[in-house]
Design a protein around this ligand. Structure first.
Ligand code: IVH
Length: 699
């Protein structure tokens, strides 16, 4: 434990390498190699990582810095040489021509029934209209996009963040299961997506060989596949037995077929492996039957799977259904139940988050669950602790499912040590002492001190600079801790005024002229920032990246957003407008309004805006006749559901609003349109029937 804690909390040294003795450098390099390996194991093994990306990056950067100064001290197990060390392998970036999506998850039979109901409703299918669905194993590997031009493999890329991945062409060319040339007559452009994986037997053999060589041991076949792919030397990849199942398409110059199953068959004919358990069926019962069948075969398969993926078979339906955020509406992953293990709960810590939420965290005696070492688990909230009567010292059953944070399932009360006491959840903030309140009907207790609570403020600032927010190179959690501690940064705008402290910065341990220059340049570069990143960075409760994007498209400029959310504006109308955005609900709208109701927050936002140039969001399609126009739907549409109509309009760049006002450009009136149609007529808003609307948007 002691060593583990030391590795978990190791921070990069701050001594200037120029002035270091080789002994000291060698000792620090050994520490860095161990700490980075520790974090890699957590990260790649999908246990909850214990450092932020920025802190991890600072370890890697320090390692690189020391190695550059002492090339003779580069260790055989150096992270810069090892598989899976980000950045070190230096793969180029590839922008995906079509986004690589992830999947929404379902766990219960009910989730699956809901999925099918949602799809049918979205497509406005009548009860007796058929809906063909497919089911196939969810392979536990890593997804790849393979681009073929005139039947030849020209590029292979990892998923990355879905928009941009890494160019792994040279390595993928060595994988036998990926055809270099396609059979038959494929379309000129064909992007094939699928899963790269390793058979369990090959994984065990690889680990045995690695062990004999004193090389890295992989936690599971997926990590082994990923590590084998991310090799500097394609010959190493070639020596590993990697396999590939094709399961979907990216860009294609001509469709392969009208349905998913037929597309898979076409891919099979071109030379790809298609999972033989893929099946088509017609209803929920059929899906569940296949799920049960695949579940019973799971142990006999030669590769790991973690669920079953359901898809709508018809491609035209898939196109209509589109996607929400990063997942298609036309697919769902039905996950297998979680794996469980027993361990001892050593302590319950209370963490204070960015929005003041007091979150209890279980500190556990480390235990392996599903091949991964787990030492922390979430306890959710105080009710959960009370309901399960979880006490410090208890033997507990924990579980983890896929990439979900491990959870405490139940206490083994018969093994409870004598004299244990019920856990008392604090009613004040453990960080600032302010009362921690729990509003009626809510499960979460929150520190009431808002941004005056140092913990909330700190987490808020860390969120602000995090990867999906401002993402300033050289400015991560560690630097925020430091600058906040020095009193230099207390709100986001202060970051953009750090240039005034150039000399003081240069005097800090670990900084030199060069690194200060780099940091300030990185900050300068972020003065131009996309509106959606800006919104996400504000850290408003419930506003994640997907919502931030929707809000950016809705408001277009920060000024419009601030005006609409002014405490003295017509907030009921604003709320109605917000709720009309697909995916924005009442409670999210209330949190947004709540955030901007605070004078402190408004001042912080305005102060920040004075430092920035906000880049307006890119509209999905700028040349459509409804791009930038405000549309309201009312009445019953015959050809499509309201949800589909809304999603289509938004994908063409329109803003969809719930209420008619002078700003409305079109009211689309279906059958039985009522008061909105009258109001539109009064205001002189163009009213379209469903047919003219479809004609306007081109079908
Ligand atoms: S379809 C747009 N099918 O699961 C749909 N994904 O959790 C794209 N995966 O990123 C995915 N087996 O890496 C699909 N039969 C399968 C799959 C599968 C594994 C992976 C894939 C995806 C991840 C989402």
């Amino acid at each position: 434990m002691a060593t583990e804690d030391r590795l978990a909390t190791l921070r990069p040294g701050t001594a200037d390498p120029e002035g270091m003795q080789p002994d000291a450098a060698a000792a620090e390099l050994a520490d860095l190699a161990a700490a980075i390996a520790f974090h890699d194991a957590r990260y790649h093994g999908e246990d909850s990582p214990v450092v932020s990306d920025a802190d991890y990056d600072s370890l890697v950067a320090r390692n690189r810095e020391l190695e550059a100064a002492f090339p003779d001290l580069v260790r055989a197990d150096s992270p810069s040489l090892r598989v899976g060390a980000p950045a070190a392998a230096g793969f180029g970036k590839v922008r995906h021509s079509r986004q690589m999506l992830s999947l929404n998850n379902g766990f219960s039979d009910e989730d699956i029934a809901d999925f099918v109901t949602r799809v049918r409703r979205f497509l406005s299918l009548a009860e007796d209209d058929p809906l063909a669905l497919t089911a196939e194993p969810k392979i536990d590997g890593l997804s790849l996009s393979l681009r073929y031009e005139d039947g030849r493999l020209v590029q292979a890329a990892t998923r990355g963040d879905g928009t941009e991945g890494e160019d792994v062409t040279a390595n993928v060319r060595t994988v036998e299961a990926v055809p270099g040339r396609l059979a038959g007559s494929p379309p000129t452009i064909l992007e094939v997506r699928g899963e790269l994986y390793m058979d369990r037997g090959d994984f065990l053999a690889l680990n045995a060989a690695q062990e004999a060589d004193g090389a890295k041991i992989f936690a599971n076949p997926r990590n082994a596949a990923a590590g084998s792919l991310r090799q500097k030397d394609p010959a190493v990849t070639a020596s590993r037995r990697l396999r590939f199942f094709a399961y979907s398409l990216g860009e294609v110059s001509a469709p392969l077929a009208d349905t998913h199953m037929d597309s898979l068959a076409a891919l099979g004919a071109m030379g790809f492996s298609i999972n033989p358990l893929s099946k088509r069926c017609g209803d929920v019962a059929g899906l569940l039957e296949i799920y049960a069948d695949i579940g019973t075969r799971r142990a006999d398969l030669t590769y790991d799977i973690d669920g079953v993926v359901y898809k709508v078979d018809r491609h035209d339906y898939q196109d209509r259904l589109g996607q929400v955020a990063r997942a298609p509406r036309w697919a769902l992953a039905h996950k297998f139940p979680a794996e469980q293990a027993e361990t001892v709960l050593n302590a319950i810590d209370i963490q204070v988050g960015r929005t003041g939420a007091l979150t209890p965290v279980a500190r556990l005696a480390p235990v392996t669950v599903g091949g991964v070492v787990v030492s922390n688990a979430t306890l959710h909230n105080e009710d959960e602790i009370r309901r399960k009567d979880i006490r410090v010292g208890d033997h507990v059953v924990i579980q983890r499912a896929g990439d979900v944070i491990p959870q405490v399932v139940r206490v083994l009360t018969d093994r409870r040590p004598a004299g244990s006491a019920e856990f008392v959840f604090p009613d004040s903030c453990p960080e600032c002492g302010a009362p921690a309140a729990r509003p009626e009907g809510e499960a979460i207790r929150r520190c009431t001190n808002s941004l005056d609570c140092p913990a909330q403020r700190l987490e808020w600032l860390k969120h602000f600079v995090s990867r999906d927010a401002f993402d300033i190179e050289g400015l991560g959690s560690r630097q925020i801790d430091q600058f906040v501690g020095l009193g230099w940064v207390s709100r986001p705008s202060d970051i953009f005024r750090l240039a005034a402290r150039r000399d003081e910065l240069a005097e800090l341990d670990g900084y030199g002229e060069l690194s200060v220059g780099n940091l300030l340049a990185a900050i300068e570069a972020r003065r131009n920032i996309g509106f959606e990143r800006f919104i996400f960075a504000l850290g408003i409760r419930q506003v994640g990246q997907a919502t931030a994007r929707l809000l950016a498209l809705h408001f277009t400029t920060p000024q419009a957003m601030l005006a609409a959310l002014r405490p003295d504006a017509d907030l009921e109308a604003t709320k109605a407008d917000l709720v009309a955005i697909d995916q924005v609900g009442e409670s999210m709208a209330a949190d947004l309004i709540g955030f901007f109701a605070s004078d402190g927050n408004r001042a912080a936002v305005e102060d920040l805006l004075a430092e920035l140039d906000i880049i307006p969001p890119e509209r999905p399609s700028d040349d459509s006749p409804v791009s930038g126009r405000t549309v309201v739907f009312t009445g019953t549409l015959s050809g499509m559901s309201r949800a589909e109509a809304k999603a289509r309009a938004e994908s063409l760049g329109a803003k969809v609003s719930g209420s008619v006002s002078a700003k409305t450009d079109f009211l689309v009136a279906g059958a039985d349109a009522g008061s909105k149609a009258r109001k539109a007529a009064e205001l002189g808003v163009t009213v379209l029937d469903e047919e003219s609307w479809l004609a306007l948007i081109g079908g």
